[in-house]
Design a protein around this ligand. Structure first.
Ligand SMILES: [Fe+2]
Ligand SMILES: [Fe+2]
Length: 251
């Protein structure tokens, strides 16, 4: 009689499968992963003296990517499942009648949180997409980092309630955020950054599922997908896409 695997048995089996796929290779984790655990380490470092080789190239534990990956491939094969926040924010922007360019900005506004690095996410996110979008889109994404902390009554934007819960009632922004906001305030694209905050769903609805396909046309028209594939092209952001594709290359 076939016995059903428990959840933990399935997890163990998956781990074993992944270990097999890796062979005996050492996964070279970056300092950043260890710093996130409060450690200053490179783990097994460079495997000197172990007689083992290090992982280079595609990571067999992660979903295989096509030769020439596009933005949608990264959404599907790399970004965290929590991408509903992005999809629902873009959906709201669409419902509110924002121009397509701004719908794209809302779709990508937290791309760093969902897909790369959380800390200073507005800056990382803007940098990741800068070569492929209108300058206004990346500017707005960069600046939503600071703007979201400051209310704007003219568009009914208040300090997010959940920030009080998440960061504490006495949380004060860092000086660089306050200074950046001062610069953003007088910029010609101020309202574009602000529109990201207004359509940013701080508590999104778990009962609604928005599909990425809804924005395929917007992406097609406003994200300049490189023919060679993201990471294979030659822009100041290509290395970031490559790192996302193969996050544990030893060097
Ligand atoms: Fe954000
Ligand atoms: Fe957000």
């Amino acid at each position: 009689m076939a016995t059903k695997q428990t959840l933990s048995e399935r997890a163990d089996a998956l781990e074993e499968q992944q270990m097999k796929a890796l062979g005996d290779r050492i996964v070279g984790k970056s300092l950043l992963y260890y710093l996130s655990d409060g450690e200053q380490s490179l783990g097994e470092g460079f495997g000197v003296g172990t007689g083992r080789q290090m992982l280079m190239g595609e990571d067999p534990r992660l979903p295989a990517m096509p030769e020439k990956p596009n933005l949608i491939d990264f959404f599907r094969l790399r970004f965290a499942p929590s991408q509903q926040h992005l999809l629902q924010s873009a959906n709201l922007a669409q419902k509110n009648g924002l121009p397509e360019k701004m719908v794209l900005a809302c779709l990508l506004h937290d791309i760093a949180v969902t897909g790369f690095i959380r800390s200073d996410h507005g800056y990382w996110g803007a940098q990741l997409i800068e070569p492929y979008v209108d300058e206004e889109v990346s500017w707005a994404i960069r600046m939503h980092q600071c703007m979201r902390f400051f209310p704007d009554e003219s568009v009914n934007y208040a300090y997010p309630e959940n920030y009080t819960r998440m960061f504490g009632a006495d949380y004060q922004v860092e000086p660089y955020i306050a200074a950046e906001y001062e610069r953003a305030k007088n910029h010609k694209w101020y309202m574009s950054g602000r529109m990201i905050c207004v359509n940013d769903l701080y508590s999104f609805d778990h009962n609604i599922v928005i599909e990425l396909g809804q924005f395929e046309d917007v992406i097609g028209r406003h994200f300049k997908q490189p023919e060679e594939g993201l990471g294979n092209d030659n822009t100041p952001a290509s290395h970031m896409w490559r790192t996302l594709r193969r996050p544990c290359n030893a060097l």
